[in-house]
Design a protein around this ligand. Structure first.
Ligand code: 0RQ
Length: 503
C-alpha cells in the first residue's frame, strides 16, 4: 500500500510515541487534536501519561495544560487525567476520569463556547502554545497535512505552536482526503473580513492543513480506531421528544415560517438528538441540510437515504458499527460531507446567516426558559457547553430537549430557577420533554411559565410548580419575572438533603 507519509523529509522524522512524548516538558501548554471521539491522537498522550507517572513515582511534579477541539477520548483525556497529568483543561470534555477529577476540585477546567476557543487563543488569553499533537490521515508530498476525522482547532494549534508532533493514523480511511475545508481567511480585529460562506455546502478553503515543516519535531505512525460509545437503542421517551419536535417543525413549515426543506440543522450529541435524526428519517422531509459540529450515526443514515442532501461539521461521533459503514462508503460520504475548522463550523456570523435550527440536550430548564446544559445541582459539571451556545444565540431558532425527570423520577428537569445558566431566556425558543413542547417565542415571562409547566413538566411535579408560580406571582418583589428567592433553589437543596425534589 502507498506510504501515508509522502514527504521524504518528514518520513525521516518518524519516531516512537515514547520518543515523541519525551519532547514534551513539565509545565507546557499542549494543544491536541480531537473532537468528541474522533481524530484525537492515539499514541502520544498515552506515552506521555506513562512518562508523567514515572516522573511522579520519583516524587517530582509533571503536569501540562491541555487544550483540544472538544475531545472525549479515554486515550487522551482519560489517560492523562488518570496520571494526574493535567493542571488545566479546556474546552468541552466528557471522559469519566477527567470529569471526576474536575468535580473533586483537582483539575482546573475552563468551559467556553467552542467558537471562542481559537480566537481567544489567538487573542493571547491563554498564553503561548508550546506543543501541538495532531492526528492526520496522511502527509502529502508538499508536506501539507490531511486531517483525519476531525478538524477542531487543528489549524490554530499548527499555526501557533512552537513545536509540532504529528500522528499519522493508517486506520483512518485514505479516502477522507478531499472532505475537509480549511479556511485561511481569518484575521484578528480590526482586520477581519466577512466570511464568504452563504450555503452550508460552500467550500471556502483548502483540503489540507499547512504547517511549517521546521516546526515538526516528530512524526509517529499509528493504526488505531476512533472510539465512541454506541448509542442506546431509542427508547419511548426519546421517541416522544423527537415526535413533538418534528411535529413542531412541520407546523412551522405549514405556517410559512420555514421552507419545506427546513433550514440547516444543528444537532447535539447524545441519545435524544440521535432519536430526532431517526425521527426525521421517517417524517417525509427531503432535501434537508446540516450545518453542525458533530455527525453522529443518525446523520449518516439520513445522508445514505437521501433525506439529508449534505452536511457540514468539524468532527464525528460514530458507533463502532457506523465507523465501519463510513469507511466502507467513504467515496459516497466525501461527496456529501464537508469538515471545517471549529471556528467556522460554529461561527456566529455563519449560524446567523444560514439560519440554523439548533437542537441540543439540556440538564434542566426553568419556568422562564433559562437553560442549564452543564452543571448537575449547580456545581457538578457534566460535559461542558460545547457548541450549544453558539447555535442557541445565533440560530433561526433553538430547541432544548430532555426527559422531564432524571434519576428515577427524583429530579424534575423543569425547576423554578435553574441552578446554573448556560443559555439565558433570551436564547431559548423551544423546550421539549416527553410530556410535550413549549414554544416560548414571543411570550412574556409569566406566559412562558404557564406553557412550560403545562406542556413540559412531569405530572408528578406539576402541582408543586404551579404552587410555586402562583405564590411567586402574588408575593414576588417584582411581578415581571416572579420569584421567591429563598425558595427558588430549594428544590435542588431538597434533592441533596433527601434524595428527591418532591416536597
Ligand atoms: O447521568 O449518565 O449519570 O445517568 O445527565 O443525561 O438524559 O442521558 O442525556 O446524553 O443527552 O446528555 C445536557 C449532558 C444531556 C448533554 C447533556 C444526567 C443523567 C445522566 C446524561 P448518568 P441523558 P444526554 C454539540 C452540543 C451540552 C453540550 C452540547 C450535553 C446524564 O446534552 O452535554 O449541547 N449538553 N453540545 O442522569 C441531574 C438533571 C439531569 C441529570 C440529566 N436535571 N439533574 N442529572 N442528568 N438531567 C456537541 C458538542 O458541543 C461537542
Amino acid at each position: 500500500s502507498v506510504d501515508r507519509i509522502a514527504n521524504a523529509r518528514l518520513r525521516d522524522r518518524v519516531v516512537s510515541a515514547e520518543a515523541a512524548a519525551a519532547l514534551i516538558q513539565p509545565g507546557e501548554t499542549v494543544a491536541m487534536s480531537g473532537f468528541t471521539g474522533s481524530g484525537y491522537p492515539k499514541a502520544v498522550p498515552v506515552a506521555l501519561a506513562q512518562r508523567i507517572e514515572a516522573v511522579h513515582a520519583q516524587g517530582l511534579p509533571f503536569q501540562i495544560s491541555l487544550m483540544t477541539g472538544a475531545s472525549t477520548a479515554p486515550e487522551l483525556d482519560g489517560a492523562l487525567a488518570k496520571a494526574d497529568g493535567i493542571a488545566m483543561r479546556m474546552p468541552f470534555q466528557s471522559d469519566p476520569d477527567a470529569r471526576n477529577r474536575i468535580n473533586e476540585g483537582k483539575l482546573d477546567y475552563i468551559d467556553i463556547h467552542l467558537s471562542h476557543v481559537a480566537q481567544h487563543v489567538w487573542f493571547g488569553f491563554y498564553g503561548d502554545i508550546d506543543t501541538a499533537v495532531i492526528e492526520v490521515s496522511a502527509i502529502r508530498e508538499d508536506g501539507s497535512l490531511v486531517p483525519s476525522t476531525s478538524v477542531g482547532n487543528n489549524k490554530t494549534w499548527l499555526d501557533l505552536a512552537k513545536k509540532v508532533i504529528v500522528e499519522v493514523n493508517e486506520w483512518q480511511p485514505a479516502g477522507v482526503d478531499g472532505m475537509h475545508d480549511i479556511y485561511y481567511g481569518t484575521a484578528l480585529p480590526p482586520h477581519r473580513k466577512p466570511i464568504p460562506l452563504v450555503h452550508a455546502n460552500d467550500r471556502i478553503g483548502e483540503t489540507a492543513l499547512r504547517c511549517d515543516p521546521d516546526k515538526i519535531v516528530a512524526v509517529v505512525r499509528t493504526n488505531g480506531p476512533d472510539r465512541n460509545s454506541p448509542f442506546s437503542p431509542i427508547d419511548t421517551t426519546s421517541e416522544q421528544i423527537a415526535q413533538y419536535l418534528i411535529e413542531f417543525l412541520k407546523h412551522e413549515v405549514a405556517k410559512g415560517r420555514l421552507p419545506a426543506n427546513l433550514l440547516p440543522l444543528q444537532s447535539g450529541v447524545g441519545n435524544i438528538p440521535n432519536a430526532v435524526l431517526a425521527g426525521l428519517a421517517k417524517s417525509g422531509f427531503r432535501d434537508l441540510s446540516a450545518f453542525t459540529e458533530v455527525i453522529q450515526d443518525g446523520m449518516l443514515d439520513l445522508l445514505r437515504d437521501g433525506v439529508l442532501s449534505y452536511a457540514s461539521c468539524t468532527g464525528f461521533a460514530l458507533s463502532p458499527q457506523a465507523n465501519e459503514t463510513f469507511k466502507e462508503h467513504i467515496d459516497f460520504y466525501r461527496e456529501r460531507i464537508i469538515m471545517r475548522t471549529q471556528e467556522i463550523s460554529n461561527h456566529p456570523e455563519l449560524v446567523r446567516r444560514l439560519g440554523c435550527i439548533g437542537m441540543n440536550g439540556m440538564i434542566e430548564a426553568d419556568l422562564y426558559g433559562n437553560v442549564n446544559s452543564t452543571h448537575v445541582m449547580g456545581s457538578r459539571i457534566m460535559n461542558g457547553i460545547g457548541g450549544s451556545g453558539d447555535f442557541a444565540r445565533n440560530g433561526f431558532l433553538s430547541a432544548f430537549l430532555s426527559p422531564s425527570t432524571a434519576k428515577n423520577g427524583s429530579i424534575s428537569a423543569i425547576v423554578p430557577m435553574v441552578s446554573h445558566v448556560d443559555h439565558t431566556e433570551h436564547d431559548v425558543s423551544v423546550i421539549v420533554t416527553e410530556q410535550g413542547l413549549a414554544d416560548l417565542r414571543g411570550l412574556t415571562p409569566r406566559k412562558r411559565a404557564r406553557v412550560v409547566i403545562d406542556n413540559c413538566a412531569h405530572p408528578d411535579f406539576r402541582d408543586q410548580l404551579n404552587d410555586y408560580f402562583d405564590r411567586a406571582s402574588r408575593e414576588s418583589y417584582g411581578k415581571h419575572t416572579p420569584h421567591l428567592l429563598p425558595e427558588a433553589l430549594s428544590w435542588h437543596q431538597r434533592w441533596l438533603d433527601t434524595g428527591t425534589m418532591k416536597a
